[in-house]
Ligand binder design. Sequence first.
Ligand code: PLP
Length: 394
Amino acid sequence: MPKIATRISQLTGEGALAVYSRAKELEKVGRSIIHLELGEPDFHPAAPVVDALRAAVANGRDRYVATRGIPPLRGAIADYLRCTRKLDVGAEQVLVAPGCKMALALGMMALIEPGDEVLYPDPGFPIYPSFTRGLGAKAVSYALREENKFQPNLAEIASKISSKTRILIFNSPNNPTGTVFSEHTLEQIAELAKKHDLWVISDEIYARILFSGEYKSIWTLPGMAGRTVIIDGFSKSFAMTGWRLGYAVAQKSVIDALDLLVLNTFTCTAEFTQVAAIEALNDSTRAVPAMVEEYRKRRDVFVGKLNKIPGFRCQSPDGAFYAWVNIEETGKSAEEVQKILLEEVGVAAIAGAAFGAEGKNYVRFSLVSATHLLEEALERIQRATLHWRAAVAR
Ligand code: PLP
């Protein structure tokens, strides 16, 4: 067989999907599973968004369209970012893509040269180091540690910048820790980026899922608009995962580069989903604040009760919908905890190493099931720990 390109051997998968497959197998043989493994909201898009999609299809909005996205949506995204994040951007600085992940891939393809170094958070979204390596570059991690409330240590980042460093990636609120980078952290990252002439990729996919204060984007800091690429999308904030809708925001020359990549690959994002996305941004039924309020309730219930179970420790996340739980004091590895919870009591969660080496002693629970299911999951976790503590005592 002819050989597959070596770049493919540099890519890795996503741990959540492996746990999900096993959980589905168990369900097929009649086991009850509470799914807290995927980062997929259990909400669906608001009714007017679905109606807008139906109308768009019925009205023949199913053609090839502009490679960088239909102008009304690009304009609506610029307006939305002005209202929700105080970004001073125009439609010409927005490019629509099929998913935030695709916007990320386009941005990375446009900015990374083979041999470059890319700084990324550990723990973090596993695609950052995977795709960096796939592009022939070196992925260099910086740690987000519990003792620092999962904020990065800027001295560590500074010490890892070399003449080859080209990009710093971060994600706030962070998946998996739920940390919102402080304004001070953002200012320090901005100073480093300017000093070393770096691009910053700011993954803002969880920007709306914030439990206090207003979202601050690094874009708005002095001198950062020209070197920041924001990636975001509709999957999390508007519960539209399967619609595959995301976008990149950057200076016009970067958008032109991404546009050429779109033309050379997928041509355009589906027209009818783009039309409906305008309705999602309008949010006429105020679905987004209601959903965020529900996530806040789930966070309070889950984190509050989990912290009472011996061996489990969790800081309350400031954003996103994950609980990042330290399990070191259970005396078991995160992989063992993952296995016991899934196989013995039917709670699907992910061992933290899926998000980087710093995740070794952690398990991520996605708060994407209703509160009564989270309460049931907590009872099951409690039951599993009573078993293993009894076994140790014997
Ligand atoms: N960025 C982060 C940090 C994520 O957690 C995810 C999804 O889990 C994505 C990007 C991808 O989003 P999308 O589904 O829009 O491609």
